[in-house]
Design a protein around this ligand. Structure first.
Ligand code: A3P
Length: 349
């Protein structure tokens, strides 16, 4: 009798769990599956790296996706509802996203800079294409959906323009800030990031990674396609799309902060700009546990013994990596791929 009851209860539980699972959106299944995987198998795996997956999305766009995101997530991103006061920071990975995030939060919270610096930056932004698998590490897609209507949403993304929410692609519903960095330094920074971030595939040797970068065979696709698409849009939508370069931030952070404040329609005094520049310096941000990604290191998702997130923060480090031949090859590629561009990059300052 007791055996029968136990059997009935376990059948009922299985049926309820199956219905619950089937009632979930694909993104939430992906998230729950990811949580279980992260808590169990992930720690047991000798090699934690997952390969990239080439995904074709319902709008026909194809991209190599890293393991922390995927089709179920990005399909939801495409249909994500924007709000007019949203602020989106879009960049190719390692272009200076975190730096710009900090500046933008400080501009929008002028007068409360200490608050911004003393809270985890990853919790002040939502990472658009990141499902909330390890919520302790920062806000992801689901938090953006649930974000209080009373508070302005800040989000970051590395998605190409064609995978942004349709509302954002088709009209300038909110402010979009694009961060770009010269491709040689971007490639070097990305190489070191691949070496230490377990969510990305093993980069192989520098020569192998350099070849993949040139071909665009990496997470989020080609640097050239990514940057060019955003640049074209910024030219058509000057009121809602703003371009900032890593090199300009390095050369004159103060005037870049002032220009960004103007774009964000924020009155920020000269003194406040000085304070923002101070808070957002490389030395301050690399010694602030709220901005240096040390939580990821503690969680085993990054390995700072291989390379730190706040690595060098310089323009021109590519010279320490590119061979003479690689430099010639890249210059030729750059010339061919950017011949119609009106956007110029500085490779040293
Ligand atoms: P390096 O690897 O060249 O040091 P992202 O935030 O897009 O992932 O970019 C990370 C890159 O920006 C890293 O480059 C990091 O050191 C650099 N960076 C972050 N904050 C910075 C700051 N305040 N000043 C200069 N560089 C910064």
């Amino acid at each position: 009798m007791e055996m029968c009851l136990a059997l009935l209860i376990s059948i009922a539980c299985t049926v309820i769990a199956t219905f619950w699972w089937l009632s979930l959106r694909e993104i939430d299944r992906f998230t729950y599956g990811g949580k279980v995987f992260f808590k169990t198998l992930w720690h047991l795996l000798p090699a934690k790296r997952q390969p990239l997956v080439n995904v074709k999305f319902t709008n026909g766009f194809e991209m190599m996706t890293p393991s922390y995101t995927g089709k179920p997530v990005i399909e939801e991103v495409l249909n994500f509802k924007m709000r007019p006061d949203d602020v989106v920071i879009a960049s190719y990975t390692k272009a200076g996203t975190t730096w710009t995030q900090m500046i933008v939060r400080m501009i929008c919270n002028a007068g409360a800079k200490k608050d911004v610096a003393s809270k985890r930056l990853a919790n002040q932004f939502g990472f658009l294409e990141m499902p909330e698998v390890v919520s302790a590490l920062g806000k992801g897609f689901q938090s953006l959906e649930k974000w209080s209507q009373a508070e302005r949403r800040f989000m970051k993304t590395h998605l190409p323009f064609k995978l942004l929410p349709y509302e954002l692609q088709h009209n300038g519903v909110c402010k979009l800030i694009c961060v770009v960095r010269n491709p040689k330094d971007n490639c070097v920074s990305l190489y070191h990031f691949h070496r230490m971030a377990s969510g990305l595939p093993d980069p192989g040797t520098w020569d192998e990674f350099f070849a993949s970068f040139c071909k665009g065979d990496i997470a989020y696709g080609s640097w050239f396609d990514h940057v060019h698409q955003y640049w074209k849009v910024s030219q058509e939508r000057k009121d809602s799309v703003y371009f900032v370069s890593y090199e300009n931030l390095q050369k004159d952070m103060k005037s870049e902060v002032a220009k960004m404040a103007k774009f964000l329609e924020k009155d920020v005094s000269e003194n406040e700009i000085d304070a923002i520049v101070e808070h957002c310096s490389f030395s301050r941000m690399s010694s602030n546990e709220n901005t240096d990604f040390s939580e990821f290191n503690k969680a085993g998702l990054m390995d700072f013994s291989v390379s730190k997130f706040m690595r060098k923060g310089q323009v021109g480090d590519w010279k320490n990596h590119f061979t003479i031949n690689q430099n010639i090859e890249f210059d030729e590629l750059y010339k061919a791929r950017t011949k119609d561009w009106t956007l110029n990059f500085e490779f040293e300052i």
